[in-house]
Design a protein around this ligand. Structure first.
Ligand SMILES: O=C(O)c1ccccc1NCC(=O)[C@H](O)[C@H](O)COP(=O)(O)O
Length: 215
């Protein structure tokens, strides 16, 4: 039975983009709680955007070395928030809020993903992003051959994905999910409905193609 690759679109800042992302078929939407990011939103803004989400579309809160009080405020404002840690957080910091979480791995030459995975046995998934300056959202693809054939937990493929390369990414990596930000934007934090639809359609196309079992 073929797997339905889940789709996360990250860095939402506008109501119209939230609605268009849901209409395109996104399974999760990311809100960036990192002040240095051009896609940063306040907790109140993210809560208002998250209230637009229908059932079964997950709001994801993205943090980079945030204070526990910041994370707690976001969790209180968005009860269904899934956490994504994209900084230098250790296991204790990821587990402290008591919420399901994704841990981002910044992939680059020599990065030992299996060792990294062992440090976060409670992660719901590892989000594999390129090692870029500023922690993330850089629109850069990493070398997918760095990903081991079998991983101890679900993987979210991220980093420089767009409607043109995501089919290749799904077919080569067979991730649980894909994650995109820059590749569906017309400006930092400004998403494009046509690009988001094209991205989701491409993922469905990849899922529909016959494939050999990964690994
Ligand atoms: O999006 C940001 O601005 C950002 C800033 C700092 C840390 C992480 C950030 N985004 C994380 C994401 O989940 C992005 O989707 C991921 O980095 C991929 O981004 P892109 O390569 O632009 O698709």
């Amino acid at each position: 039975m073929s797997h339905r690759t889940r789709i996360k679109i990250c860095g939402l800042t506008r109501e119209a983009d939230v609605d268009a992302a849901v209409a395109a078929g996104a399974d999760a939407l990311g809100f960036v709680f990192y002040a240095k990011s051009p896609r940063a939103v306040s907790v109140a803004r993210a809560a208002a955007l998250a209230r637009r989400l229908p059932p079964f579309v997950t709001p994801v809160g993205l943090f980079v070395n945030a204070e526990p009080a910041e994370i707690a405020a976001a969790c209180a404002a968005i009860p269904t928030l899934l956490l994504q840690f994209h900084g230098d957080e250790d296991r204790a910091a990821c587990e402290a809020p008591g919420r399901p979480y994704l841990r981002a791995a910044r992939m680059g030459p020599g990065f030992a993903l299996l060792d990294f995975a062992q440090q976060f046995p409670s992660a719901q998934a590892l989000l594999l992003d390129a090692h870029v300056e500023g922690y993330g959202g850089g629109g850069k693809v990493f070398d997918w051959s760095l990903i081991p054939a079998s991983a101890p937990c679900p993987l979210v493929l991220s980093g420089g994905l767009n409607p043109a390369n995501v089919i290749d990414g799904v077919e080569r990596v067979r991730p649980w999910a894909v994650d995109v930000s820059s590749g569906v934007e017309v400006g930092k934090g400004v998403k494009d409905a046509v690009l988001m639809q094209a991205f989701c359609d491409a993922v469905r196309q990849a899922d529909a193609r016959p494939h050999e079992a990964a690994g």
